[in-house]
Design a protein around this ligand. Structure first.
Ligand code: GRF
Length: 196
């Protein structure tokens, strides 16, 4: 039984998840990285960490379903049981959602349901909230709408910039996400339907 991480960008969450899974001896290991961007820096991290990585460029496929079918075939071939989205900048479609119902988690850089979608730290700063934060949630068909598992707040301080806020949020993400995933793998957290 193993886990795949989906990421589109830098991959700092991916790296922390892999490191903690190894250090803490999780019951399932992260054995595959999937990216939709062949140029994403996360691929270098995967190589350095010795995690197999595959890039699927959506434009190489006829439509989203075909793109996801290609990924799904690989996930099945590699015995992937669970999926962690970590900065994966696409909406998961019905093909993957049905195959991995309540077996996909996401991390989002805000206290959902506030500031869904892209650039959540910037949205929070522009809105002028005093507190924002981090949410880990199940993935459903919406954009950052699935049932919430856990959240942690982050204070927006006077003089905060998008960069400084992003850094603070990432620091919290790097603790919260691995903690939630470990609890999920050890059965402390149950899916919304009470089964895997
Ligand atoms: C994180 O802030 C995550 O919450 C969001 O995208 C960012 C990814 O960062 N969905 P990284 O690629 O893990 O460094």
């Amino acid at each position: 039984m193993s886990i795949a991480v989906f990421a589109s960008g830098d991959g700092s969450n991916f790296e922390v998840l892999v490191e903690k899974s190894r250090r803490q001896g999780w019951p399932q290991s992260i054995t595959l990285l999937i990216t939709d961007r062949p140029e994403a820096p996360v691929l270098e991290r995967a190589q350095r960490l010795g995690v197999a990585a595959m890039a699927f460029r959506p434009s190489d496929y006829e439509n989203k379903a075909a793109y996801e079918e290609a990924i799904l075939a690989e996930l099945r071939k590699q015995g992937i049981q669970r999926i962690l989205l970590a900065g994966y900048m696409r909406i998961v479609g019905p093909v993957l959602l049905e195959a991995y119902r309540w077996r996909i988690l996401n991390i989002h850089p805000s206290l959902l349901p506030a500031f869904q979608g892209k650039d959540a730290p910037e949205q929070a700063l522009n809105y002028g909230v005093r507190w924002t934060g981090v949410t880990v949630h199940w993935v459903d068909q919406g954009i950052d709408t699935g049932p919430i598992i856990d959240q942690k707040p982050v204070l927006v301080e006077p003089g905060e910039t998008v960069d400084s806020l992003r850094k603070k949020i990432q620091f919290v993400e790097h603790n919260l996400y691995p903690m939630v995933v470990r609890k999920w793998l050890t059965g402390e957290i149950h899916s919304p339907e009470g089964k895997e």
